[in-house]
Design a protein around this ligand. Structure first.
Ligand SMILES: O=C(O)CCC(=O)CC(=O)O
Length: 291
């Protein structure tokens, strides 16, 4: 059972690591000796997507949360966007974190990716599975496709104001939209802040994701997490992923939430993640690299 701490935790420490012309911003928080957790946000958002989950687990885990390239404080041009580049950025973040925190392969990382962040997480984990104690794929698409490319093209035609409402309707339950929960305002603000060509480039790259057929067998211990009312990546999509991942150990469904379940049901998400992290065994050891 996860209980929110009574004292507000210290503010996360912001750092950057440079890859090419891109400075990747990331934030660390939590006890230095605690198990490390790396969390990757969905398209259009940033590290704040995990704020409400983080505040519930930061007393027991060491959290590392980057802004993926083209998002938040990690500025990048459309030409620099792409899932493989994001994956290499995250490995650079992990190396910088490992060096600053002086941790080695004896402290493998728990990796969490939400939606597009789940695809990035899967690419990283498949390239270096022994670096990770576990992988949570949260509301992650099973494969790309033309519908994703079209979401980017729509922003090129009508700007972010033209796509924000339909995006929020896919991401949240009607109850959250009607109640105007803070997560809706945050997501709206983030989507409107995206440059249309960067948004389109992110969706374009996601459209080309071939799915879990090749990488699934290379993943570490994997948990698939879906939201009961997600119209984008419903539980059936996460079940499809679990079927392609031989090391899939559990499927969780968070009821009453849409695609952005970390914003709609943070307590439920924090609780299930913390329980899984505490129960996860250690991998065999060793470090790999992204091919
Ligand atoms: O917006 C959707 O319908 C799906 C979102 C998705 O797969 C990418 C993301 O949210 O990161």
């Amino acid at each position: 059972m996860t209980v929110p701490p009574s004292q507000p935790p210290p503010a996360p420490t912001r750092r950057t690591v440079r890859r090419g012309s891109v400075d990747i911003a990331f934030w660390t928080s939590g006890p230095a000796e605690a198990p490390p957790i790396l969390l990757l946000h969905p398209v259009g958002l940033d590290h704040h997507a995990f704020d409400e989950v983080a505040e519930r687990v930061v007393d027991r885990f060491r959290l590392v949360i980057p802004d993926l390239r083209g998002h938040g404080e990690t500025r990048a041009d459309a030409a620099e966007m792409g899932l493989p580049a994001m994956a290499r950025d995250v490995l650079a973040v992990l190396d910088a974190f490992a060096s600053a925190d002086a941790y080695g392969p004896d402290r493998p990382v728990h990796l969490v990716g939400h939606s597009m962040g789940g695809v990035v997480a899967a690419l990283i984990a498949a390239s270096a599975p022994r670096r990770f104690a576990s992988l949570h794929l949260v509301a992650t698409p099973a494969e790309g496709g033309p519908v994703f490319r079209e979401r980017g093209q729509a922003a090129l035609r009508s700007g972010m104001t033209g796509v924000v409402d339909s995006t929020l309707r896919r991401w949240f339950t009607q109850e959250s939209l009607t109640a105007g929960v803070p997560g809706v305002d945050y997501a709206r603000e983030r989507v409107l802040a995206m440059a249309p060509d960067v948004w389109a480039a992110a969706w374009n790259s996601l459209a080309g994701f071939p799915g879990f057929g090749e990488i699934g067998p290379r993943l570490p211990r994997t948990y698939c997490v879906s939201a009961g009312q997600d119209v984008s990546t419903p539980p059936s999509v996460l079940a499809q992923i679990a079927d392609a991942v031989p090391t899939s150990v559990a499927r969780h469904v968070v009821p009453g939430a849409g695609h952005l379940l970390t914003l709609e049901r943070p307590a439920a998400v924090a609780s299930l993640l913390a329980d899984d992290w505490e129960l996860s065994g250690q991998p065999a050891g060793g470090m790999g690299e992204l091919a």
